[in-house]
Design a binder for this molecule. Structure first.
Ligand code: AHR
Length: 643
């Protein structure tokens, strides 16, 4: 029997209110083809060939019957949407969109869809939009009339309802009358987006993020912020305003070198329909503090590592200043006005900005300082986050810490990334115990336990999640200094990922959380405001396996709510044997909820068995002021105690 005594009167450290958050990057089709609710791929015929070898403007589209589709730039919709499609043919001819990854979309009976497009035609005509499977069976359609527009464009909006269920249908646009029509920004959304927002997010995926109760969201990347060239780097200003004003950018994760299992993602682009306004709004909707990451005037250091000249950084620094105005400025300021015009006159309450993503070296810190000088002077209220580079030790990491030692006041926090083996997570449970509290705080901005690294498989299994859970107890012990943390990456589109493991997997009609998802959810939803003293009796056991690596079977953390009425106790059992535990807080327990996840180390979730590894909940009764529990082998146990 292991005795655990909790002294709630002995408060050890504050727990950062932002400890658990999320990190969103459009990798693995997380944005376009994922969280962003748009169902038409290459909706504006703007896909392009970055090498100038193949015409991609018609990618994701095919013709129906004898229909002809040509792409032109002669009289475009806007500068940002400089291409458009011309459909011509006889009645019944048309075009079909293949959807993201060529997988179309799923429909459920009664589901309402919003279709819109810009059209231009020389004579009145009729079009039909419909959803049909590969055999031509129709699952919902609507016919609409086009007025004669001459040289101008007219926007059409309509709704229609699916009259059956199918896991794979494709949007089709058919001519009802012979002729020709120019089309641009063809868009199809489910009406039922997250919170019903227009241009909104896929509801099930957004809800899974909301269920994590993230206290912040880091966005939009990741390497995507840096890009592979100056043109490819993420520019937030391209992502706001009317959709007709947002240019398309190729997604750096479409590069062949990132493809897993030989799959190709050459149709992976950023429409920027999911842009900075949508990110800020989503943060507000789910109660997360926005943490945008901006480009520090350098492209990805893993690849080209192009550097903006130190004398030419003004453009990037101005972008950062404008971003602060966009988020927080009054509605009558230039950028605050852009926000207000999009429907949000109130500020978005931006408090944190990451300068650069995963940057390292002198070249980074000299650029960081140029940003910091201006931003700290003009916006002392904004907390700046610097980067410790791509890994949590080694030359570049040490350099970052040397820089911080010499520049303690120039950053609020440093972003540390660690994609490591499960063993590393166990060996590093106490990593932060000895960190110098006078240095900038720590933001564990990207991490995940990578199993089977030698074969490249990196399975999202229980071993990874269990070791992450043990590590997180260590973060809770140091949450005065490690103020933010988030797992990465967030999403993977099944069969089309460029990176794994990922926290949430989805296809067109379903989504599931990995074991790591359930650990994140349990930890984030059950954490107090202050760490309290916890004593564990030694039972003289012989350690083996994971417990031996960690130096102990049970990893424990106890945190108390600010009002002292709720105690959260986390017990991670790394042993392959059960642990009988007697838990004795120094105050009477009036109610207890017990969440436990236990599984074999190789256990995984899947689309077929989404909750194979997930929490069981019970309400054990306290006896004589204590609780008797069994912590199963390889288990994560969270107790929510009302005192
Ligand atoms: O999370 C995947 C990638 O890992 C991120 O884009 C980058 O910051 C890191 O290298």
């Amino acid at each position: 029997m292991t005795d655990i005594t909790i002294n709630t009167c002995h408060k050890l450290r504050d727990v950062s209110p932002l400890l658990y958050g999320i990190f969103f990057e459009d990798i693995n089709y997380a944005g376009d083809g994922g969280l962003y609710g748009e169902l038409i791929a290459n909706r504006s015929f703007e896909y392009y060939d970055r090498d100038g070898e193949t015409d991609k403007s018609k990618m994701c589209w095919e013709t129906i019957g004898n229909g002809n589709l040509s792409v032109s730039k002669r009289f475009p919709l806007s500068q940002a949407h400089s291409h458009y499609g011309r459909l011509s043919g006889e009645a019944g001819d048309g075009i079909r969109n293949l959807g993201f990854c060529g997988e179309g979309l799923a429909v459920r009976e009664g589901e309402v869809f919003l279709f819109s497009c810009y059209a231009r035609n020389a004579s009145p005509m009729k079009l039909t939009v419909r959803l049909a499977d590969s055999r031509g069976t129709c699952f919902g359609q609507k016919t609409f009339s086009l007025v004669r527009t001459g040289r101008g464009w007219t926007k059409y909006r309509l709704t229609f309802t699916a009259d059956g269920c199918c896991n794979q249908v494709f949007p089709e646009i058919l001519l009802e009358t012979p002729g020709a029509v120019d089309l641009d920004l063809l868009s199809l959304f489910p009406q039922d987006t997250f919170l019903g927002r227009k241009n909104g997010m896929r509801r099930d995926l957004a809800q899974m993020l909301q269920a994590l109760s993230p206290k912040f969201m880091r966005f939009p990347g990741g390497c995507i912020v840096e890009g592979r060239s100056f043109e490819n780097m993420y520019c937030w200003k391209d992502t706001i305003g009317d959709l007709t004003q947002r240019p398309t950018n190729w997604n750096r994760w479409q590069m062949e070198e990132y493809q897993i299992n030989g799959q190709v993602s050459l149709d992976y682009f950023q429409s920027y329909g999911l842009g900075f306004y949508e990110y800020f709004q989503f943060c507000e909707d789910i109660g997360a503090s926005p943490v945008p990451v901006i480009n520090a005037g350098m492209t990805c250091q893993w690849h080209e590592g192009l550097l903006a000249d130190m004398n030419a950084l003004d453009k990037w620094i101005q972008d950062a200043l404008d971003l602060i105005e966009f988020a927080n400025g009054p509605a009558d300021s230039t950028w605050g006005g852009r926000r207000a015009a999009m429907g949000h006159p109130e500020p978005f309450r931006l408090k944190y900005i990451g300068i650069g993503n995963e940057q390292w070296g002198e070249v980074y810190f000299e650029r960081y300082e140029a940003f910091q000088k201006v931003l700290s002077e003009k916006h002392p209220e904004i907390r700046l986050i610097t980067s410790a580079g791509w890994t949590a030790e080694g030359e570049e990491f040490d350099l970052a810490y040397r820089w911080m030692n010499a520049n303690k006041d120039k950053a609020y926090a440093v972003d540390e990334h660690f994609y490591k083996s499960p063993r590393w997570f166990l060996e590093n449970i106490h990593r932060y115990d000895s960190y110098d509290r006078s240095l900038p705080k720590v933001f564990a901005g990207e991490y995940a336990a990578h199993t089977h690294e030698n074969t490249g498989e990196r399975v999202c299994n229980w071993e990874a999640a269990l070791c992450e859970a043990a590590f997180l107890t260590g973060l809770e012990h140091n949450a005065d200094h490690v103020v933010m943390s988030c797992y990465a990456p967030l999403f993977g589109r099944t069969g089309h990922q460029q990176w794994q493991p990922d926290l949430i997997w989805f296809d067109n009609h379903s989504a599931y959380g990995t074991p790591s998802y359930y650990v994140q959810k349990l930890f984030a939803n059950h954490v107090g405001d202050v760490l309290v003293e916890t004593r564990i009796s030694e039972d003289g056991e012989t350690l083996s396996g994971l417990a031996k690596i960690a130096g102990k079977s049970l990893q424990v953390s106890s945190t108390l709510s600010e009002n002292g009425l709720r105690l959260y106790v986390k017990l991670v059992n790394l042993a392959d044997t059960p642990k009988e535990v007697r838990l004795c807080p120094d105050q009477p327990i009036s109610h207890c909820t017990f969440h436990e996840i236990a599984a074999g180390l190789e256990a995984v979730n899947s689309h077929e068995t989404p909750e194979n590894v997930s929490p069981r909940v019970s309400e054990p009764l306290p006896r004589d002021g204590s609780l008797l529990l069994t912590c199963e082998p390889y288990s994560v146990n969270v107790l929510e105690l009302d005192l």
